[in-house]
Design a protein around this ligand. Structure first.
Ligand SMILES: *Cc1c(COP(=O)(O)O)cnc(C)c1O
Length: 380
């Protein structure tokens, strides 16, 4: 039986001396008048990388989504169309602002929100769409933009999992009215915990800046708060870490793509497995290498994870549809117009994220792929 000698984690960062030096420098210098120096450098480098100005550093991506909706004036009585299959952080902020999430289906190839399902979900209460670039895949942004413009909706691009992916020559995060990113320890670029919001929209930017600092307009030195806001800031230590990481973005994304290529070489000829897609006109930064197993093999994601776990290989389940989770059982309206979400419900039963962190080398991939082939052969 193929089994890893030491446990293989599912995710993990790539840290160099550069990160450690910058954080040490921040610990010594980023105080008083220099308290924002590293944040400003990180924001500038980040906005140059994504191609959207300005960028605002935040404590996490959840805050970036919350601020996008609050700055866009979304509130009680409004509906926000979201993909049914995503991490809950994409959707919880809809509830924070008092609006109702409406679940749309995802597409079979990219696993991102399906524009035709979005269209079917629109009512006269719809105020925004949150598209998610899932596992590094790009959503159908031309179509989402067309729908948003036609109905006057705010378009939020959740690129937490897609830093460095591209769509029609633009970087992930550059396709919505706001683009939001996460630097959680599992993500492509990390600061431990952290987030970023980018927008070209002046009005949204001004609102974000006031709302993220307890309702202080930018430049306020007299503590004359003009409204009740939130407190969403990234520390200088995290920003120093993030600056080092974003300076290394090309190297990080190159490695992510290499890890995917290794898995693809091992798995593409295995019957009954499909991998992340990279449709024409897109570039996938492959945050998590993900397999969907053919239902005919008769192994759902949890039994596959269990079998891999016994061989010392850690994995994650494909996100379960939010509409099926206890957390949303009190939101029947969220599924009411959209009783049918067959694609997400089916795919999410059979999807597993394989070890995709920066610790993964060619040999790790051979062990994981070998174990997977054995397990599926036994199940057939
Ligand atoms: C990680 C993630 C988030 C949330 O990021 P945090 O920094 O943990 O708040 C949001 N959306 C998606 C799709 C994510 O994967």
């Amino acid at each position: 039986m193929i089994r890893a000698n030491t446990p293989i984690p599912v995710a993990g960062p790539w840290i160099t001396e550069r990160e450690i030096e910058y954080v040490s420098e921040a610990a010594r210098t980023a105080w008083f008048k220099d308290h924002y120096t590293f944040n400003a450098r990180f924001e500038k480098a980040f906005s140059e990388y994504v191609g959207v100005k300005p960028a605002v550093s935040l404590p996490h991506c959840t805050a970036a989504i919350h601020l996008s909706l609050a700055a866009g004036g979304i509130g009680p009585g409004d509906e926000v169309i979201v993909p049914d299959v995503t991490w809950i952080a994409s959707v919880a902020p809809v509830v924070y602002v008092g609006a109702t999430p409406i679940f749309a289906d995802i597409k079979k190839d990219t696993w991102c929100i399906d524009p035709s399902s979005v269209k079917a979900a629109i009512t006269d209460r719809t105020k925004a769409i949150i598209g998610v670039d899932l596992y590094g895949s790009m959503a159908d942004w031309v179509e989402l933009r067309r729908i948003a413009d036609q109905h006057g909706l705010l378009l939020v691009e959740d690129s937490a999992e897609a830093l460095g992916s591209e769509y029609a020559g633009k970087k992930a995060g550059a396709l919505g009215d706001t683009g939001v990113f996460s630097f959680h320890g599992s993500k492509t670029v990390t600061t431990g915990e952290g987030g970023m919001l980018v927008t070209n929209d002046d009005h949204l930017h001004q609102r974000v800046m006031a709302l993220r600092d307890h309702g202080r307009p930018p430049g306020d030195k007299l503590f004359l708060n003009t409204e009740i806001g939130f407190k969403y800031k990234m520390s200088a230590l995290q920003a120093a870490f993030g600056l080092a990481q974003i300076e290394r973005a090309d190297e990080l994304i190159f490695r992510k793509r290499e890890i995917f290529r290794w898995y693809k070489e091992e798995l593409e000829n295995v019957d009954g497995i499909s991998l992340n897609a990279e449709p024409q006109g897109t570039r996938n930064s492959y945050w998590m290498v993900t397999i969907i197993v053919d239902p005919l093999i008769g192994m759902d994601k949890f039994s596959l994870m269990d079998a891999l776990g016994k061989r010392n290989i850690d994995t994650r389940p494909f996100f379960s549809p939010l509409s099926t989770l206890p957390a949303f059982s009190d939101y029947p309206h969220s599924s009411a117009h959209m009783p049918e979400r067959p694609v997400g419900i089916e795919i999410s039963k059979y999807g597993v994220n394989l070890p995709s962190g920066y610790h993964v080398d060619r040999e790790t991939v051979e062990i994981v792929a070998g174990a997977l082939k054995e397990i599926l052969a036994e199940a057939r």
